[in-house]
Design a protein around this ligand. Structure first.
Ligand code: UGA
Length: 429
């Protein structure tokens, strides 16, 4: 099957490579020629485990090509996937200008029976707009469908090759048949529904997960006040099958390119349809304030940051990615510097990306021990594998003064840290 993938951002590169791996003829389209030039050489413009290998393999097999030309990409394609960005508009809703522009550009080259699939996260009702735009530029019959993407950065290739489920939002038998056949190569668990429902699935999933994180952070805050240990509480509640024990990592709140944006977006979308008293506004507000609240606690604990040396481990928004969008480091480090701290930082993958975004006085180190050398306080922000099993004796020997070890993601056993001669501070314990 010929598949055109419009947009070679994160979702676009992963999806086009995976579809090509399944044996389809995939043409990736982007208006950014420089980006395509590097993709053609197998260079992925971001760090994602396993993606470069897949990109090279599928191009070498001849299944995956890239172009800036709509006619080349769309002519003869049975499925056209739109995976362009949907940045936040000033009112918090998704700005759909790229979705609409690509719909207009692809329309003249559509083949009869082609299916235009929206994979970008868009509000319910967008399909009608896209249908109207395309219909202004072609007389042929086509379908519009919604297939939301649930992959996570850091595990994107595995998530796409082995999804928990595929949600197909379709409005015709033809689209259902073709898209079911296409996705049955990935999983048997295909859930077919109306396109509006599929779009709500995407918003609901991300907003539920963001709510879950905010919830456990609120419980963690209570534990800090009453001597409970949040990790024990998680173990206790997680045994209830309705609750489950996974995806419960308290910390400094959620970041990245999706949750903060999708929560703001649904809050704004809810207000736009007359549902202004929503939970989502509160979730967003709590998450926005979370780092400031935690930094104030740390400041009090260590007796102020002025003149202290602080080592910060982990600068990306989570492990296994160099994506720094809404990364905790972007709030934590400027706040430390403003309070008069000397800051030494390290990260396995994202130093190049973060450097232009942080104050010039930050000292960059090539590994955690170098960052910790001479530090009074260590803050573990992101649990990269390299930072999960630090030699605590060595850490203690390299640090000076009170030697606070702030483990924001509860990766360490508090007693072991204390036994090494460090002062432990976790989240909610
Ligand atoms: C998220 C969703 O998990 C994906 O299903 C979805 O497809 C994607 O957004 C998207 O909409 O494109 P992602 O942003 O890559 O994926 O990362 P997650 O691993 O979900 O983490 C998001 C944020 O939540 C991170 O800041 C992470 O540190 C934080 N988090 C996660 C917690 O604070 N606690 C947790 O228990 C889990």
């Amino acid at each position: 099957m010929k598949i055109a993938c419009i947009g070679t951002g994160f979702v676009g590169v992963v999806t086009s490579s995976v579809m090509a791996k399944l044996g389809h003829e995939v043409v990736g389209l982007d208006i950014d020629q420089k980006r395509l030039d590097s993709l053609k050489q197998g260079i992925v413009p971001f760090y994602e485990p396993g993606l470069q290998e897949l990109l090279l393999e599928t191009q070498q097999s001849g299944n995956l090509t890239f172009t800036t030309d709509y006619q080349t990409a769309i002519t003869g394609a049975q499925v056209i996937m739109i995976m362009v960005g949907t940045p936040s508009a000033p009112d918090g809703q998704a700005d759909l200008k790229y979705v609409f522009a690509s719909s207009e550009s692809l329309a003249p080259y559509l083949s009869p029976g082609a299916i235009v699939v929206l994979k970008s996260t868009v509000p319910p009702g967008t399909n009608d707009h896209v249908r109207a735009i395309i219909s202004q530029h072609t007389n042929i019959t086509f379908d519009i469908a919604s297939v939301p993407e649930f992959l996570k950065e850091g595990t994107a290739v595995a998530d796409t090759l082995h999804p928990d489920r595929i949600v197909l939002g379709v409005d015709s038998d033809h689209a259902r048949q073709v898209l079911t056949e296409l996705h049955s190569q990935l999983t048997d668990n295909i859930i077919v529904m109306k396109s509006e429902s599929a779009q709500m699935c995407k918003y609901a999933a991300n907003n539920y997960l963001a709510t879950r994180i905010t919830f456990i952070n609120q419980i963690a805050d209570l534990c800090e006040k009453n001597g409970a240990d949040i990790q024990e509480v998680i173990e206790g509640i997680g045994q209830d099958k309705r609750i489950g024990s996974h995806y419960w990592y308290p910390g400094l709140g959620y970041g990245g390119s999706c949750f903060p944006k999708d929560v703001k977006e649904i809050a704004s979308y809810a207000a736009s349809i007359g549902e202004s008293e929503s939970l989502f506004i509160k979730i967003d507000d709590l998450n926005e304030k979370r780092i400031g609240k935690m930094m104030a606690k740390y400041e009090e604990l260590v007796g102020g940051f002025a003149g202290k040396t602080v080592a910060v481990l982990g600068l990306s928004f989570k492990k296994n990615t160099n994506d720094t969008r809404v990364a905790p480091s972007l709030k934590v480090i400027p706040s430390l510097i403003e309070k008069g701290a000397n800051v030494r930082v390290t990260d396995p993958k994202s130093i190049t990306e973060i450097k232009p975004l942080l104050p010039d006085t930050v000292v960059y180190c090539s590994d955690p021990y170098e960052a910790i050398t001479g530090a009074n306080i260590t803050i573990l922000l992101i649990e990269w594998d390299d930072y999960q099993n630090l030699d605590l004796g060595k850490v203690a020997s390299l640090m000076l003064g009170d030697k606070y070890f702030i483990d924001t993601r509860n990766q360490y056993n508090p007693s072991k840290v204390a036994n090494a001669g460090l002062k432990y501070k976790g989240t909610g314990r």
